[in-house]
Design a protein. Structure first.
Ligand SMILES: CC(C)(COP(=O)(O)OP(=O)(O)OC[C@H]1O[C@@H](n2cnc3c(N)ncnc32)[C@H](O)[C@@H]1OP(=O)(O)O)[C@@H](O)C(=O)NCCC(=O)NCCS
Length: 174
């Protein structure tokens, strides 16, 4: 295993977060819902505030930032058991070394300790690398969204992938 460190991002990491996200969008526009311009237009303090909520992580290889992941817990009372994974990005130099695995494991583990037992995500149906990664963690295809994103080559289709940790299922008092 290379010198891999995953740590929770804080508001102080906002420039690292923004740089990695922009790099990801530029290289893989189909993998992000926001466009490069829209990402640039997000005020830095908005990104910093989002990072301060504690549901974002960064990956470092030998101290160099190479990846990011987010988890968005569903805030509604009756959907508190659900969380959406994304964005997820590993820079080309960090791929194939377990960085994506470690980021997903971290996000799921954090979600579990916060009562989340169903994890959901959207992935472009041509993004086989990401689908294989998610599949290894138990995510299954639950459906598809036609015309999910209007790409440069036309409408693109997304798959919905879901991981339900049935053994952790709890019905909270509402
Ligand atoms: C998808 C992604 C997060 C995978 O990250 P990773 O840390 O390389 O993950 P893994 O090491 O598990 O590799 C996943 C797959 O990438 C491919 N891969 C492996 N090494 C690679 C490399 N050096 N370069 C490119 N792709 C590689 C393989 O197909 C691998 O699948 P396999 O292990 O079943 O053969 C990363 O490729 C990425 O950020 N892609 C662009 C953004 C994106 O697609 N995000 C997900 C949006 S839903």
């Amino acid at each position: 295993m290379p010198d891999l460190q995953i740590r929770r991002a804080t508001a102080d990491d906002v420039e690292i977060w923004r740089a990695l996200r922009l790099e990801g969008i530029a290289g893989h526009p189909e993998a992000f819902i926001v466009t490069e311009q829209a990402a640039r237009d997000i005020p830095v303090d908005v990104d910093a505030r989002n990072l301060s909520h504690g549901h974002r992580w960064l990956a470092f290889l030998a101290g160099h930032p190479v990846g990011l992941i987010g988890l968005s817990p569903n805030g509604l009372d009756r959907a508190r058991h659900r969380g959406e994974i994304g964005p997820l990005y590993v820079a080309p130099g960090g791929r194939g070394q377990g960085v994506g695995d470690a980021l997903i494991t971290t996000a799921i583990s954090h979600g579990q300790t916060n009562g989340i037992w169903q994890f959901e995500l959207f992935v472009n149906d041509e993004n086989v690398a990401a689908q294989r990664l998610y599949g290894r963690h138990g995510f299954e295809v639950a459906g598809a969204i036609p015309n999910a994103i209007l790409g440069t080559g036309g409408p693109e289709r997304d798959l919905i992938m879901i991981l339900t940790l049935s053994d952790q299922r709890q019905i909270p008092d509402i």
